[in-house]
Design a protein around this ligand. Structure first.
Ligand code: PRP
Ligand code: URA
Length: 209
């Protein structure tokens, strides 16, 4: 079964171009990331199961569809993943939000965990892990492993931009996890930054550089 999905919706692609531009400032960057995350939420939830229920309109009784599957959870990888939470929640407001805190050690490039707080019923939820960037895949792999260690069994990963190296790493470490991205870029550079990418997503979101 296909497990890597590139979302080529024109609105997603247009907004992605705007956030790649180095002249896009933090305020606009944040707004665009939120909008892209909302559009991606629409695509990621496309196959959620439905069931029929009986309701009464002002005119008559009828049967109509509502969501029937497992509850959802959104898990941003701190810090840059936070930029995608509000966009996701605007479409799936009942989702609970867990947080995994990781940073990439600039020397070793290895992920270091500093925080993890998940919904108590994490094993009963379909989780959507969000992070704008999938570079080496080290952070996503570590975050997914932490979440699995705490009982999660159903995980999707949603990123804005991925490097081929990161996609491959996640596919190998977690073959059960579907990956949704807006773009798979060319490659990583010597500092494990995505080329062409958009630079440091956390810094651009929060204006820290
Ligand atoms: C960035 C990004 C990912 C990670 C991707 O976070 O948001 O979490 O790097 O790189 P990887 O695939 O090689 O692990 P960063 O470590 O810069 O932390 P931040 O979100 O706090 O800025
Ligand atoms: N993290 C980022 O924020 N950007 C990259 O290009 C790679 C990792």
């Amino acid at each position: 079964m296909e497990k890597v999905f590139v979302m080529d919706h024109p609105l997603i692609q247009h907004k992605l171009t705007l956030i790649r531009d180095k002249n896009t400032g933090s305020k606009e960057f944040r707004e665009l990331v939120k909008e892209i995350a909302m559009l991606m939420a629409y695509e990621v939830t496309r196959n959620l199961p439905l069931e029929e229920v009986e309701i009464e309109t002002p005119v008559c009784k009828t049967k109509s569809k509502v969501l029937s599957g497992r509850k959802l959870g959104i898990v941003p990888i701190l810090r840059a993943g936070l930029g995608m939470v509000d966009g996701m929640l605007s479409l799936i407001p009942a989702a609970k939000v867990g947080h995994v805190g990781l940073y990439r050690d600039p020397e070793t490039l290895e992920p270091v965990e500093y925080y993890c707080k998940l919904p108590a019923d994490v094993n009963e939820r379909d989780l959507i892990v969000v992070d704008p960037m999938l570079a080496t895949g080290g952070s996503a792999n570590a975050a997914i492993q932490f979440i699995k260690d705490r009982g999660a069994t159903s995980i999707k990963l949603v990123c804005l931009i991925a490097a081929p190296e990161g996609v491959k790493a996640v596919r190998e470490a977690h073959p059960d996890v579907e990956i949704y991205v807006a773009s798979v870029d060319e490659r990583l550079n010597d500092h494990a930054y995505i080329i062409p990418g958009l630079g440091d997503a956390g810094d651009r979101l929060f204006g820290t550089k």
